[in-house]
Design a protein around this ligand. Structure first.
Ligand code: URC
Length: 301
């Protein structure tokens, strides 16, 4: 009979978001936790007996319950708690390997922002598309991967309900999205590319980018949201109002759902603290916002 070699099992990539609400100031911890357990697991492989198997589903639940009970001080400390729990709690489990990725969030610091708005660090990409037909320029600038989250001031209710609707109405939810924005400058020149011979100096691209990015963040943070659609319009409108050089902006916003984890089975109350951050499927909300009288030119795909 072939020999069973090293083996391990557990739930991979449990996405847990823990929000601590210190009055109006909120703090966020966002982890991706993978549990791998090993020990006396010959029987489950060889005879199919599950007598030593703590289900992977239980390891996932433990991550959520521990996030509530112990909080998340650091990934190391959280991983130590989990590993100790599995190894000391189950005779058959001899080794627990806990891998954790922590995603960083910075507070959005704009004049009008509350203390519950965050932007994820280090993922953003700046984009530019330049088209020239010998006469006219079209410059579309943008960004992708600007991930933002409001831990309150978001509701969703009053929507259409048909025979397939199960979504409960909510008066307080997490609103998170990866901003994908493209904005088109009104600027065009007469063709030699120096940007000023047509009488129209080229915009300051650096300031345009920084300004539009600030506007998007500020509007996201400052909007009390009744839907992501409403937040989207506010974000686009802020750019159009504040940046005269920009005529059109196209926003594509995935609704990165955060579902409250039911901790009742473990005797714990989840007071909007522990969330499952789902990656798919996601709502996708898209729209173009235009300066009055301008014709849309940014592709809608
Ligand atoms: O902001 C939202 N807009 C929707 O259209 C929608 N649909 C849904 O299921 N959740 C949400 N949230």
């Amino acid at each position: 009979m072939p020999t069973l070699g090293q083996n391990q099992y557990g739930k991979a990539e449990t996405r847990v978001v823990r929000i601590v609400r210190d009055g109006a100031v909120h703090h966020i911890k966002d982890l991706n936790v993978s549990v791998a357990l090993s020990g006396d697991m010959d029987e489950v492989h060889l005879s199919g007996s599950n007598a030593n198997v703590l289900p992977t589903d239980t390891t996932k639940n433990t991550v959520y319950a521990f996030a509530k009970e112990h909080g998340i001080a650091s990934p190391e400390q959280f991983g130590i708690l989990l590993a100790r729990h599995f190894v000391t709690g189950q005779d058959a489990i001899h080794t627990a390997r806990i891998r954790i990725e922590e995603y960083g969030w910075e507070r959005i610091e704009t004049a009008g922002a509350a203390r519950h708005s965050f932007v994820r660090t280090g993922q953003e990409t700046r984009t530019a598309q330049i088209t020239f037909d010998g006469e006219r320029w079209e410059v579309i600038s943008g960004l992708t991967g600007l991930t933002v989250l409001n831990s309150t001031d978001s509701e969703f209710w009053g929507f259409v309900k048909d025979e397939y609707t199960t979504l409960p109405e909510v008066r307080d939810r997490v609103l998170a999205t990866d901003v994908h924005a493209r904005w088109r400058y009104g600027w065009c020149s007469d063709g030699d590319g120096d940007g000023d011979d047509g009488g129209e100096p080229a915009p300051d691209w650096e300031r345009g980018y920084a300004g539009a990015r600030d506007d998007l963040l500020a509007a996201f943070a400052e909007t009390y949201s009744l839907s992501l659609q409403q937040t989207l319009y506010q974000m686009g409108a802020r750019v159009i109002e504040n940046r005269p050089a920009i005529d059109e902006i196209r926003l594509s916003l995935p609704n990165k759902h955060h579902f409250l984890v039911d901790l009742e089975p473990f005797g714990l109350k989840n007071d909007n603290e522990v969330y499952f951050a789902a990656d798919r499927p996601y709502g996708l909300i898209e729209a173009t916002i235009l300066r009055d009288g301008v014709r849309p030119r940014i592709a809608t795909d």
